[in-house]
Design a protein around this ligand. Sequence first.
Ligand code: NAD
Ligand code: DAO
Ligand code: ZN
Length: 378
Amino acid sequence: KGKPIKCKAMVARGPKQPLSYEEITVDPPQAGEVRVKVVANALCHTDIYTLDGQDPEGLFPCILGHEAGCIVESVGQGVTSVKVGDKVIPCYTPQCAQPSCIFCQSPKTNLCPAIRSTQGQGVMPDKTVRFKDSNGEPIYHFMGVSSMAEYTVLSEISCAKVSSEADLEKVCLFGCGVATGLGAVLNTCKVEPDSSVAVFGLGAVGLAVIQGAKIAGASKIIAVDLNPKKFEAAIKLGATDCVNPKDIDKPIQQYISGDLTPWGVDYTFDCTGNTEVMRAALECAHRGWGTSCVIGVAASGHEISTRPFQLVTGRRWVGTAFGGYKSRTDVPKLVEKQLSGELPIDHYITDVFEGVDKTNDAIDALHSGNCLRAVVHY
Ligand code: NAD
Ligand code: DAO
Ligand code: ZN
């Protein structure tokens, strides 16, 4: 039977406070659980969003972090799909793979609901937590991952076992943003060769959409951002046109469907989380068949709108979570492609830090506006 581990973690004590560097205790994994050593944690905006207190369901104190690369330290009773020493990427979208799970059995979705409610409540499936602070007080989990700690506990069904050759300091990016952008193109929209694509927001997610569009053989890729510093990376990945909405004298949807193209774009993607941008993306989708995919997570309470005529005239509005990837089956394949050189991802890592306590510096880097992904080596 495993013993509790004392280690360092960044604890989110409350909204709008810097993360607190603390010693915590991580209890052994229970049945169906896996305790892992976190090797690398990449910062993603959803962590910051929760830390800023913008997520009304955010619980404190908690340990944030959901984009990570880990090594299995010990396993609980009944765990068979991973063993001590395996490299895993934690996935906030689990895959129970049970014959009785209609979501796991359907090729149409990755939204396995097996641990959905407890994950949302910041607890493990048995409704208890594995983290305690130095006073013995409980600390909540986050998105079923909580990777801002030297050790964390995951459900077995949230662990994608990846190649033993994997460089966890890079492939941690497949735990969220990069996989999401690629999958939105390749799984959710199934973009065909020679299509036209427009991408709104050129953070890691938007750039991954461009990378995916290139893989899919898109021939026109329009990249849109308010920050012109983002255009260089977009062009390197295959963008054919870059547009800053600030530089044009009409709504962006009219410029794209009108000036840049006669009838709009086959596939458009919102990678900003801004509901006005979501509307623009829908409205510049091609008359008759254009599809617009919502990837961005909107601020709580915000709603999307458009005139229904936009849908009547053949546009479709869709959305994606984790790019539609079935986590345990698909993430290892992304890692294989990265290892073979077919899927380079180095360009997303703009900032690197050493040590758990540097996580606050990584957050500052992310706030700077020019950072794509900041990876912290734990
Ligand atoms: P990011 O902040 O790095 O990038 C957003 C980009 O959008 C920035 O470059 C910003 O300049 C640009 N932008 C902001 N407002 C704009 C506007 N009005 N018009 C054009 N560009 C604008 O974020 P990211 O990490 O790339 O994530 C993008 C979004 O995707 C976030 O909302 C994130 O929460 C979401 N996300 C969703 C999923 C999912 O599964 N659906 C997964 C990961 C991330
Ligand atoms: O299963 O109902 C559910 C919850 C789905 C969670 C999908 C989250 C997608 C957005 C993630 C934000 C980026 C980290
Ligand atoms: Zn399932």
